[in-house]
Design a protein around this ligand. Structure first.
Ligand code: FFO
Ligand code: GTP
Ligand code: MG
Length: 449
């Protein structure tokens, strides 16, 4: 990324829509845009942040589209640079021609995530906020959206900065001691420093405790629907989704490959995975499907084990296999009135055919996972895997620092460890510049973001 360039890209999703948005950002944004755009008094003299109607013309003066243009003068813009936005008609070809014209006038195509990357470089967003934009775009439930929004407001960045500042005080003391070694650390100061390290570790622990919640909000609860063939697994998937997603038939072994869809259970995204019925099979393709089912059962956060309520059958999974796992037994086909054979086995009774008991199942899922708006709503902050990694590194460094401080012998070592912890915490908001991290985060964005 060369920040001296002026870049342009389509910001809206590819495809046909009423309007497409094209953004131009960089030092030449206004001049380049003015070459392609005609309106009554010229783009340069437009008041900032007001839309103006005009036309985008090609090099021969032929009109490509009638558009609304808006100028944002840096630093008051999303990227902090001069930005011009064009809202053109939302046709695929129209959009492409307008973008091409802007490139012809001197803009360069933006790399994926480059607008957000520029906003970061210009101090408009910290890294947690840039990540929050991605979370917001991919959020599938209101709760995931709320967590992303809190992060976009800077809550996580502020918290990690507060921890860093607290630690900086300790580092300053320790380094002062190293500079003036003839003066012993006064025992009170020593105790105060340890107390501060404790506070920081406590803060880190609190943030780390939101990691599981963060993973679930971002990726959903991995929920495998498993059981013997024909018990109604695919019917259950369809029933929970509310439409016919997977093929249902009375032929055993209908589902071969796994089928995944996300539903919303009380604000929590639940990633349902329908699998092939598990049985002895000589069919090679079915066997491959069964291997996949078994893998999915191993990886799942939650197992929904379905049995046919009309048949006294055995369960697919034994006690050992569900030991320590989130697991719900589902007795299906209760409409056939023969589920007495499953009396005393517990579980949730449903009929996919009659669409009975599905609400009760949703309750059972949220009870099993202790997920409810009331337990989650209060602290919508939820860290991601990268933040978790930084905080774990900081914890290790702080444990080492604490040991060195307690012994009073290795104050120099304590200083090194404290610096390391400081850097790890700083990585969260992007205070420590590492190109590698930036590349990884912004590279996963879409073009135009
Ligand atoms: N048309 C349009 N809509 C959009 C965006 C955009 O870039 N363009 N956004 C892109 O993601 C989001 C909005 N995010 C934005 C964030 C900051 C600024 C901005 O101009 N900030 C200035 C001024 C702040 C103010 O007026 O209070 C600044 O930070 O200095 C603009 C959009 C969603 N909607
Ligand atoms: N009576 C009754 N039949 C059901 C119910 N749920 C599913 N069925 C029927 O049971 C048969 C098997 O349903 P599927 O959903 O395809 O079963 P499956 O477990 O996905 O089967 P495989 O993919 O082959 O492992 C179909 O004929 C369904 O119509 C139910 O609640 N009551
Ligand atoms: Mg099936």
């Amino acid at each position: 990324m060369n920040i001296g360039d002026t870049v342009a890209a389509v910001a809206t999703a590819p495809g046909v829509g009423a309007v497409s948005l094209i953004r131009v950002s960089g030092p030449e944004a206004i001049q380049i845009s003015a070459k392609a755009f005609r309106c009554k008094s010229g783009l340069e003299s437009q008041p900032e942040r007001y839309a103006v109607l005009g036309k985008v013309l090609n090099a021969d003066g032929v009109v490509l589209d009638e558009v609304l243009a808006t100028v944002f003068k840096g630093p008051r813009s999303f990227t902090g640079e001069d930005v011009v936005e064009f809202a053109c008609h939302g046709g695929v070809l129209v959009t492409r021609r307008v973008l091409e014209r802007l490139l012809e006038c001197g803009a360069r195509s933006a790399e994926p995530g480059e607008f957000s990357h520029r906003a970061f470089e210009n101090g408009k967003l910290d890294l947690t906020q840039a990540e929050a934009i991605m979370d917001l775009i991919s959020a599938q439930t209101d709760m995931a959206m709320r967590a992303a929004h809190e992060q976009l407001q800077g809550k996580l960045g502020d918290q990690s900065e507060a921890l860093r500042e607290n630690l900086l005080g300790v580092v300053a003391h320790v380094e002062a001691y190293i500079d003036f070694p003839e003066e012993d650390i006064d025992p009170d100061t020593g105790a105060a420093m340890l107390k501060r390290v404790d506070e920081v570790q406590e803060g880190i622990k609190k943030m780390l405790s939101t990691a599981e919640q963060g993973r679930i909000l971002r990726e959903g609860v991995r929920t495998v629907i498993c059981g013997e063939p024909n018990v109604g697994k695919s019917s259950l998937l369809n029933g929970l989704l509310g439409y016919e997603r997977a093929i249902v038939s009375d032929v055993e072994g209908t589902t071969r490959d796994t089928v995944e869809e996300v539903i919303n259970v009380k604000g929590i995204p639940v990633r349902l995975i329908d699998t092939a019925g598990v049985r002895e099979s000589s069919d090679q393709i079915e066997q491959q499907g069964i291997v996949r089912s078994e893998k999915q059962i191993e990886m799942a956060d939650l197992i929904l084990e379905v049995v046919d309520g009309s048949k006294a059958g055995k369960r697919l999974l034994n006690e050992e296999q569900i030991q320590g796992r989130h697991h719900i037994l589902i007795i299906n086909k209760t409409d056939l009135g023969q589920d007495d054979v499953w009396a005393g086995s517990g579980g949730v009774r449903i009929s996919c055919q009659q669409e009975n008991g599905l609400d009760g199942l949703a309750d059972a899922i949220s009870d099993e996972l202790l997920l409810s708006e009331s337990t989650w709503g209060g602290h919508a902050m939820a860290i991601n895997a990268r933040h978790q990694d930084c905080l774990k590194k900081a914890t290790v460094a702080l444990n080492n620092a604490r040991e060195a401080l307690e012994l009073q012998t290795g104050v120099e070592f304590a200083a090194i460890d404290l610096r390391e912890a400081l850097d790890s915490i700083g990585e969260i908001a992007g205070r420590v510049d590492t190109e590698e991290i930036l590349g990884e985060i912004f590279g996963s964005f879409c073009i135009g973001k």
